[in-house]
Design a protein around this ligand. Sequence first.
Ligand SMILES: Cc1ncc(COP(=O)(O)O)c(C=O)c1O
Length: 409
Amino acid sequence: MTSLHELEASAGAFSVSRRGTRMPSSPIRKLAPLADAAKARGTKVYHLNIGQPDIETPACMLDRLGQMVSKVIEYSPSTGTPEFLRSMQRYYERRLGLTIPQNQILATTGGSEAILFAFMACADEGDEVIVVEPFYANYEAFATMAGLKVVPVTSRGRDGFHMPPRHVWEQKLTSKTRCVIICNPGNPTGTVFRREELQMVAGFCRDHNLFLISDEVYREFVYDGQKATSVLELDDVDQFAIMVDSLSKRYSACGIRLGAFVTRNSEIYNVALRMAQGRLSPPGIAQFMAVGAESLGDEYTRGVVEEYQRRRDVMYEGLTSIPGVFLRKPEGAFYCMAKLPVESAEDFAIYLLSEFEDRGETVMVAPGEGFYSSPLGRDEIRIAYVLKEPDLRRSVELLRLALERYRSR
Ligand SMILES: Cc1ncc(COP(=O)(O)O)c(C=O)c1O
């Protein structure tokens, strides 16, 4: 006789969820096995594919670890510890000139959790989120987790990936649109949206009752003396603006897993708070460490930004001197999208790792198409300039050589 267990198994009782099968794989990590194989062959791989900053985490944060006196690693409050929330308040006061009450800030497990909370608080399964593409690839992953459909509004390299005009946004609107997510400064584009662009998208959201989620995890990284405008600085957005923040890039502390969800809309805050209570607590040790950052003066940020601006210049000058490569000068974050004189940038990225090497070295880049939801970006790559200047120069040289050889095959 067939057992119940066998019946269940034959009926596919152990099949994974449809949501699970829809989860996209990361375009940044997709080629990792090829990079591993290149390394196993003894080839040195310069990683331009991933935004892991190489700058040291400030000692004033690391030193806090030695100052912990607790005998028990406890849960922290679901909202975040009062000390951490106060330190965030002081940061917003200093950086944005804004007074944000503690009951408008939720500590989260990285900016990542804040994005997930935002999607789940603003929209229901089957609803749509408008995203400016090319976009941070994990937005697609978070949207899938929340059951949302990503609807892209395309920005173009020739326009420096600035926002398309309002009528393009209007065309994307359906009865299911619930929210918009923007990334400013932008990953993967390096674009810093101007205040007028933000006002345009805020107007669009206001007129159609959409929430506006602004991912500002690269706020500090703006070059040529410019400054990124926060969504919270705009007029008349209190009811629909949600700001996503993170300490990962600001303090070169990606592993700390600490970020924030900030909104002046108490209803949205309360929904996110209940989600935060459901997951119990953001990381407590991280919050204890983060408070140490308060002793950093403005010169810390200035030094880091100057370092990245030099790297940006090395990368931009190097890439634009390669025949057939096109990009506009990135204005912020530490990424750029570059158009290559090839048909398939993914094929070229594979070639870099599997066939090419020069004096035992090669370079890894992220194929551009993974940052679009439309069938675009096939001839683009995303570069993260998080290497030291000599390594960046060498990486650009390798790209130049590889393009020459790839095209003359
Ligand atoms: C645009 C953007 N948003 C959010 C995140 C996630 O940051 P966190 O490390 O705080 O989760 C990243 C990480 O690379 C990012 O690039």
